[in-house]
Design a protein around this ligand. Sequence first.
Ligand SMILES: C[S@@+](CC[C@H](N)C(=O)[O-])C[C@H]1O[C@@H](n2cnc3c(N)ncnc32)[C@H](O)[C@@H]1O
Length: 200
Amino acid sequence: MTATRQAGLFQEYNNNYTLKPVNLRSVPQRSPFRYPGGKTWFVPNFREEMNHMRTKPEMLIEPFAGGGIISLTALFEKYVNRVIMIEIDEDVAAVWQSVVSGNGPWLADRILSFKLSRESLLSELSKPATDINERAFQTILKNRTYHVGVLAKGSGLIKYGENGKSIGSRWYPRTLADRVLNLEKISGRIDLRLDEGIRF
Ligand SMILES: C[S@@+](CC[C@H](N)C(=O)[O-])C[C@H]1O[C@@H](n2cnc3c(N)ncnc32)[C@H](O)[C@@H]1O
């Protein structure tokens, strides 16, 4: 999401709930995903609301998990003991399934050893994923190289990248691998459901 869009969403929320302005730089980037419509902008307000709760909740449910920034914040910052993340998209869910099943280190290695070029990307994404971990890797690859991170079928590769850069403009292997490895600290407290959020 662009900074302008984030500011717009914050303003919209602020108009409705009269919350104080917050500093978005205070939000650590913990998710391997980049998401149009991500909720990073909401994190400072989430913290404030959680800090005002008299009793610490045991569990948080994030019904449209995506990049899962609210769940990750809730666990890393100890607002809850466990989270249920619900995600309807099998590709997106595969990333969380891989992490939750203890395959974060494998995923991190896979990210680090992939040499990105247009050819290697197209070749990798044309292969059927053989298991959940390969599917997770392909999802991260797509999310970081497709136009504004959109994973929907029919969306395309970054043509000129953002700010005139190439498909590699959002592929930071070391940073992504570190984020995935960091998730090991809290992965045992995530319950991932491939399901429909509202129904759940
Ligand atoms: C905009 S993203 C969420 C962003 C995320 N909370 C974050 O901050 O990174 C929306 C996600 O919700 C998922 N989703 C959409 N409709 C859903 C539904 N009915 N049930 C569960 N997940 C859904 C999408 O597949 C997508 O991954």
